[in-house]
Design a protein around this ligand. Structure first.
Ligand code: 8WT
Length: 157
């Protein structure tokens, strides 16, 4: 039995024609446009962790959001799998703000900056944007090279 998975959240807030991303200013994934999210803390559900991270990272309070996907990420040489639970944010309150962690920005759906994002996004964003649920497994070598990618679309809403 290997090391238990590290459970993480990833929230993509989307409106009809735009999606909210954050430029990561430090730490894991720095200098890439990302979804909002992070670790799930003891005593909170995965959904509560997702909501908390959004508040901490960009000041918005999610009022309607849904888990739509799950991707297990393996990084060569690291025994721990990152089990990322992906949420679509539908409704929110509050004022969007830059934090020490993230610089938020809305992007038109036909202008998503994939060249400045994690390379896996180009694989699963199209599934996410057409409203499907999905699950997958992606193996990285370092932070730029994808060795394996398998994604399964589970349902189209
Ligand atoms: C670990 S691989 C990864 N892909 C991602 N896409 C968007 N936002 C993230 N934080 C991401 N992490």
């Amino acid at each position: 039995m290997g090391v238990p998975n590290k459970v993480l959240t990833l929230v993509l807030i989307r409106e009809e024609y735009r999606i909210l991303l954050g430029m990561k200013k430090r730490g894991f994934g720095v200098n890439r446009w990302n979804g909002f999210g992070g670790k799930v803390e003891a005593g909170e559900t995965i959904a509560q962790g997702a909501k908390r991270e959004v508040e901490e990272e960009c000041g918005l309070t999610l009022t309607e959001f849904e888990e739509v996907g799950r991707i297990d990420f393996e990084f060569v040489g690291e025994p721990q799998i990152l089990e990322v639970h992906i949420f679509r944010g539908d409704k929110y309150e509050g004022k969007l703000q830059e934090t020490e962690e993230m610089r938020p920005k809305w992007f038109a759906l036909d202008a998503i900056p994939f060249h400045s994002m994690w390379p896996d996004d180009a694989y699963w964003f199209p599934i996410f944007l057409r409203g499907s649920k999905f699950k997958g497994y992606i193996k990285f070598e370092g932070h730029d090279k994808i060795l394996d990618c398998s994604l399964e679309e589970l349902e189209t809403t």
